[in-house]
Design a protein around this ligand. Structure first.
Ligand code: BEZ
Length: 247
């Protein structure tokens, strides 16, 4: 399943992703001249913040469109699949916001980050944890099951709990200084349809236009009583935030 990213659509409907990123940048505590890798940098909004704080940052993302957008901010960035990192002892820190849940080969990713770091280097990040967008995922799955012509629902995301992810980090040789699951109900200013259009295009990639329209209508209808009130859509986000060190 191939998720496609469109930088201008992302800017219109998902600017909140970077806006909510301050706590994890604060946890990173970027240092002057520190070589930092931003894993899954997207359009580089937070990469830029880290650079402004004095670090020497390189952003990587699997989407060429997002990397173009990051480069237009003047950032150093390249198209790299996070599941195929090939850096060796080069970074003082690896940072990641709202990206690791798209990389389902988590052991491979963690090992790639470990290899990329110098001894003593930090891995600081935040992504979707256990229970993240559960209402939306359940509704998407139910809609696929109810419509025989849609085929099988394939969940593209990895949302682990804190214990599971801590154990994985430790198995790869990290010392985990902090890890926490944080429920963070998140307003979707442009609505749930736009969110679905942006983030579930991989899930619906095998559907035709008529089926995709039915998918959007059915999911919106199914989640409305849980996620829409007082004129606002509130998605049931849960963050997994962590800080670890290569010892
Ligand atoms: C997230 O940031 O948790 C997320 C965003 C889009 C799809 C899935 C998860």
């Amino acid at each position: 399943m191939k998720q496609n990213w469109n930088a201008s659509q992302y800017r219109e409907n998902a600017s909140f992703v970077a806006e909510y990123g301050s706590p994890v940048v604060k946890l990173l505590n970027p240092q002057h001249n520190e070589r930092t890798l931003d894993l899954g940098c997207g359009d580089g909004a937070l990469t830029k913040e880290i650079e402004k704080a004095g670090a020497v940052v390189h952003g990587v993302d699997s989407s060429p469109d997002m990397i173009e957008a990051a480069k237009t901010r003047g950032l150093s960035a390249s198209v790299v699949n996070g599941e195929k990192l090939n850096f060796s002892n080069e970074f003082d820190a690896v940072f990641s916001n709202a990206a690791l849940h798209w990389m389902t080969k988590s052991d491979t990713v963690i090992q790639g980050v470990f290899n990329a770091l110098k001894p003593g280097g930090r891995f600081v990040g935040e992504f979707g944890g256990k229970g993240n967008i559960e209402t939306l995922v359940k509704a998407m799955k139910a809609v696929f099951e109810a419509r025989a012509d849609f085929g099988e629902f394939q969940n593209p995301w990895y949302f682990p709990n804190d214990k599971e992810y801590k154990a994985k980090l430790q198995q790869s040789g990290f010392q985990v200084q902090y890890i926490e699951l944080i429920p963070r109900p998140t307003p979707l200013k442009t609505g749930v349809r736009e969110w679905l259009t942006l983030f579930s295009n991989g899930i619906t990639s095998k559907l035709n236009d008529r089926q995709r329209e039915a998918f959007l209508n059915d999911v919106e209808h199914a989640v409305k009583s849980a996620l829409f009130s007082n004129g606002t859509w509130l998605a049931d986000y849960v963050r997994l935030r962590f800080a670890a060190q290569k010892v």
